[in-house]
Design a protein around this ligand. Sequence first.
Ligand code: FE
Length: 132
Amino acid sequence: MNDKISKTKQEWQTELSPEQYRVCREKGTERAFTGQYWDNKSKGQYRCACCGEPLFSSDTKFDSGTGWPSFWAPIAPEHVATETDKSLLMARTEVVCSKCDAHLGHVFDDGPNPTGLRYCINSVSLKFDQDK
Ligand code: FE
């Protein structure tokens, strides 16, 4: 059911904005407090900016004070995957879209109840669908 999406570098570059490409396909990070959604309090669903997969719901969004949209759980566990990221001195857990492997952000274990997790996600990796 979970069909993988695989596109060439060139295809992604054509479809995405330069900032989306840098963050999602080259594992970049948007600057804190600059993204579209860190302060978004509307009800709705956050989809993958690359493939449209539903990733997070406003129901699990919380104000982390970090300047990035933060969630304590994905919409469904199988919609995201994690990988160990050793690009900084401290190993972090990278979060990617399970369908297209887009880099979304990182997950930390200092989040609120009920999971204690904090999915720290780049706005530019997401596309918000407001509830009608
Ligand atoms: Fe995706």
